[in-house]
Design a protein around this ligand. Structure first.
Ligand SMILES: *[C@@H]1O[C@H](CO)[C@@H](O)[C@H](O)[C@H]1NC(C)=O
Ligand SMILES: *[C@@H]1O[C@H](CO)[C@@H](O)[C@H](O)[C@H]1NC(C)=O
Ligand SMILES: *[C@@H]1O[C@H](CO)[C@@H](O)[C@H](O)[C@H]1NC(C)=O
Ligand SMILES: *[C@@H]1O[C@H](CO)[C@@H](O)[C@H](O)[C@H]1NC(C)=O
Length: 259
């Protein structure tokens, strides 16, 4: 009886040996930190800016680079290929005319749109036909529209300010005299940070307020609004007047007295 190892498929063994050698060549790496990687600069880009996809740790003897949109080396989504020896670049079907490849393999994408958001893959080929693939990703965000600030003092001792913005997915911060507002226990922010209530208002709250809308790539501040807090004298008869006006001096709300 034959041992199980001496099976009729003995002829396959050299082939398996080649496959094993190929996979060792492709995947065995004596320095795991030297792995080919893509670093997007920046990861969060504003529409209309440029993104550089840096290729790190490419083999010293790379003879060519292929760039693809998506996370696989799919020829249908090839952006550009580059031959190091001839410095010849060949655009692919995903080439938009805004891409530029450098001799070190890094890819510059100019004037990005939100459609450029997503994965990119680079394939390097070495002289001994070793192929390596790395993927990277970046996001493109629209420019944030300027928010507007509305303020009311429905009660003489309190002020409510609201930051109006139609942009979805933005975060709001409050600015006081050009610095990030330090919240005190008299201040209350709505959960979405769009409304700031100061109750009661004190003299130290007087100053210029702005709200800032931001996404991961850009931010814009509203116009400045000046909050004036007027305290009457003598203190035996306390009156707290607060009114809100723009820097230009337009009254936003009438002065009110607390008797
Ligand atoms: C490239 O390899 C070096 C080691 O040679 C390692 O320190 C570095 O982190 C790698 N860089 C990247 C961006 O992967
Ligand atoms: C590659 O070349 C570009 C353009 O010259 C440069 O900005 C970049 O720093 C270089 N280095 C790497 C690691 O891509
Ligand atoms: C950038 O792209 C936009 C369309 O997405 C185009 O209107 C604009 O002219 C481009 N700007 C430059 C500097 O190429
Ligand atoms: C973005 O992609 C959509 C769908 O693929 C397309 O309709 C639109 O024209 C593209 N916009 C730009 C600016 O390329």
């Amino acid at each position: 009886m034959q041992p199980p190892s001496a099976c009729p498929c003995r002829g396959c063994i050299p082939w398996q040996g080649i496959l094993l050698a190929v996979s060792l060549l492709t995947f065995w790496n004596p320095h795991p930190t030297d792995q080919l990687t893509i670093e997007p600069v920046p990861f969060d880009a504003a529409e209309g800016t440029d993104v550089l996809l840096l290729v790190h740790n490419a083999s010293q003897n790379a003879i060519g680079y292929n760039w693809f949109k998506g996370n696989t080396a799919d020829n249908r989504h090839q952006i550009i290929s580059y031959m190091v020896s001839t410095q010849l670049t060949t655009p692919g079907s995903a080439f938009s005319g805004r891409e530029k490849i450098y001799s070190n393999g890094s890819l510059l994408i100019q004037n990005v749109t939100q459609n450029d958001t997503g994965f990119y893959a680079v394939q390097t080929i070495t002289a001994n036909l070793r192929v390596e693939l790395a993927t990277g990703e970046f996001r493109v965000h629209g420019l944030v529209a300027q928010p507007s600030l509305r303020a009311t003092n429905t009660e003489p001792h309190s002020v409510a300010m609201t930051c109006l913005s139609g942009d979805p997915g933005i975060s709001i911060t409050w600015i006081f005299n050009s610095q990030t507002l330090q919240l005190t226990d008299r201040m209350q922010l709505s959960p979405d940070h769009r409304t700031l209530i100061i109750d009661p208002v004190r003299q130290e709250d007087a100053g210029e307020y702005q709200c800032e809308a931001s996404n991961p790539a850009s931010s814009t501040r509203s116009d400045r609004y000046r909050l004036a807090v007027i305290c009457e004298w003598p203190p035996s008869h306390p009156v707290l007047l607060s009114y809100i006006s723009t820097v230009k001096g337009h009254h936003m709300a009438p002065a009110m007295s607390l008797g």
